[in-house]
Design a protein around this ligand. Structure first.
Ligand code: AMP
Length: 278
């Protein structure tokens, strides 16, 4: 992979990278198409990164479908689908990690200790192997995007981090490889995540500004749908710090369990938002 990437760069062709864990859905494909606007050639990495899964998480059962993924990536014009083995990424003696403090600590960081170290470490490796001019990440994984932005800024990586809006199913559910875990009943309940984002955006547009009250309303909507909220937080875009009041940069971020499946979603509180489920 490094040699191929180096040859392309030497020939004057720039590279854009889309890191993924595979089981492609329309969100992934949209990122791949967007990547083509930022460089001559698109590289997609497909790696179910063991070090970003905690004990008891879904590493072993994470959906895998390499043949289908390869066809889908090729159909988007992707130049290379990079599918390293875990043993090649983490050979015996591997002992380094990248740890981004601050933005990795709240939200998902609380229930998934070490997760963002795993993400930052694998993305750092991919950046070094491929040396892209741009790398694309979905806003669906809001905190991951913030962690990568901080890492690139702090460590002076010479590349652009490009964010991509949340791609949704027609009923608003944010696309996710983990949606494949949902039974038909759970899939129905999962609509409540985007429904609650829509509800809160509408309430805010109508003048509601008491964040504690909006949170209580929102959590009640989730619970009525049989969905167990893990967090339901109003945060500021740049820092992911808790928002004191509803402002133009405030985001509602939530994680919830639908049966055994953990899903996340987020939307800006105000204004037109191509990521929102309106
Ligand atoms: P994953 O394979 O789930 O690790 O996701 C790979 C990339 O696709 C990450 O940058 C995700 O944020 C992004 N992504 C996943 N789902 C969506 C979605 N529904 N809309 C936009 N981007 C997404």
């Amino acid at each position: 992979m490094s040699r191929w990437a180096e040859r392309q760069r030497a020939a004057g062709r720039s590279l854009a990278l889309v890191p993924t864990m595979g089981c492609f859905h329309a969100g992934h494909l949209s990122l791949m198409r967007a990547a083509a606007q930022h460089a001559d050639l698109v590289v997609v990495s497909l790696f179910v990164n063991p070090i970003q899964f905690g004990a008891g998480e879904d590493l072993a059962r994470y959906p895998r479908n390499l043949e289908r993924d390869a066809e889908l990536a090729a159909a988007q014009g992707v130049a290379v689908l990079f599918t390293p083995e875990a043993a090649a990424m983490y050979p015996p003696g591997f002992q380094s990690k990248i740890s981004v403090a601050g933005v990795s600590e709240g939200l998902c960081g609380r229930s998934r200790p070490g997760h963002f170290d795993g993400v930052a470490t694998v993305v750092a490796k991919l950046f070094n192997i491929i040396q892209p001019r741009a790398a694309l990440f979905g806003r669906k994984d809001l905190q991951q995007l913030a962690v990568i932005r901080a890492m690139v800024r702090d460590l002076n990586w010479p590349l652009a981090v490009i964010e991509h809006p949340v791609v949704r199913e027609s009923d608003g559910l944010a696309m996710s490889s983990r949606n494949t875990y949902l039974s038909p009943d759970e899939r129905e309940s999962a609509r409540s995540l985007s429904a609650v984002l829509r509800h809160v955006r509408q309430r805010v547009a109508a003048g509601a500004c008491d964040l504690a009250a909006l949170r209580a309303e929102g959590e009640a909507i989730l619970q009525q749908a049989g969905v167990i909220p893990e967090y339901f937080e109003f945060v500021e875009t740049a820092t992911l710090a808790p928002a004191e009041s509803a402002g133009p940069e405030t985001i509602l971020a939530l994680a919830a369990r639908v049966g055994k499946t953990r899903l996340i979603d987020n939307a800006r509180l105000f204004g037109p938002d191509s990521s929102s489920p309106d």
